[in-house]
Design a protein around this ligand. Structure first.
Ligand SMILES: Cc1cc2nc3c(=O)[nH]c(=O)nc-3n(C[C@H](O)[C@H](O)[C@H](O)COP(=O)(O)O)c2cc1C
Length: 229
């Protein structure tokens, strides 16, 4: 199994420990590629829209975004590990995901995404992790991934791993390990009802738009090439 890990922090702290615990169950026999942000994609989307109207390979940040995107395409399992910042996902995670909007189902989805599985691992000092997880999960859903599991922790005792009691660290590790065990056996993800409905709505929109175009847009050409419209 190919696993790609998107780390939303470069700090080797609590997020790192949680992610390492998850991977420790899966290291044997699997190929793991990891990216750390913002180091591996230190730019915000400029809003030039070249990806939408022409090609994502022409993005001014393509040297950073394309390796990550290609690795994601090759992966069977995507792991997103991030702390909660200001109740949301860190800006660097959002900046990366913004660059992949051109692959949302409203634009040019890649069919490889429909069979992937994803895990979102988060932690906060005490606040709800839900909205931060949703920031990532929403992007994954629109990229066409149905099989997404989230696991979040309120650390409560501190923001440094070393400050946490053994009891808490063990509880976190136990939960993360149990989740990771669900991925030991390789399985493809399947297109769920929500993604299927969104995909079909997008298909209708593209059909309508195509009728109004003299030459198909980059988006519609992609839908034609895939035999979807
Ligand atoms: C800039 C910043 C903002 C944060 N915002 C929140 C927050 O809104 N709510 C919360 O409970 N924890 C917050 N935290 C704590 C983190 O979610 C996380 O638990 C902590 O950074 C430990 O993870 P790490 O060692 O991987 O950095 C914040 C941390 C940082 C650095």
């Amino acid at each position: 199994m190919n696993i790609v890990v998107i780390n939303g922090t470069e700090i080797k702290g609590c997020t790192y420990q949680i992610k390492e615990t998850f991977l420790s169950v899966l290291r044997d026999g699997n190929e793991i590629v990891e990216y750390y942000f913002p180091k591996d994609m230190p730019h915000f989307c400029t809003g030039c829209k070249t990806c939408f109207f022409k090609d994502e390979k022409l993005c001014p940040h393509a040297e950073y975004t394309m390796p990550v995107w290609n690795a994601m395409l090759k992966a069977d399992l995507l792991v997103f590990a991030a702390p909660v910042y200001a109740l949301r996902t860190p800006g660097q995670m959002k900046a990366l995901l913004d660059h992949f909007c051109c692959h949302w189902m409203v634009h040019r989805p890649d069919k490889a995404m429909f069979t992937k599985r994803a895990v979102i691992l988060t932690n906060s000092i005490g606040a709800s992790n839900r909205e931060a997880q949703k920031d990532i999960a929403t992007s994954l859903q629109w990229l066409g991934i149905s099989d997404v599991r989230c696991l979040g922790f309120g650390l409560m005792e501190g923001v440094n791993w070393k400050e946490l009691s053994d009891k808490r660290k063990n509880k976190i590790k136990r939960k993360v390990t149990n989740l990771a065990k669900k991925y030991v056996l390789f399985k493809h993800g399947h297109m769920g009802l929500k993604v299927r409905v969104l995909f079909n709505i997008c298909r209708m929109i593209h059909k309508v738009l195509l009728k109004k175009e003299e030459t198909p847009s980059a988006d519609n050409q992609h839908w034609i090439n895939n035999g979807w419209i």
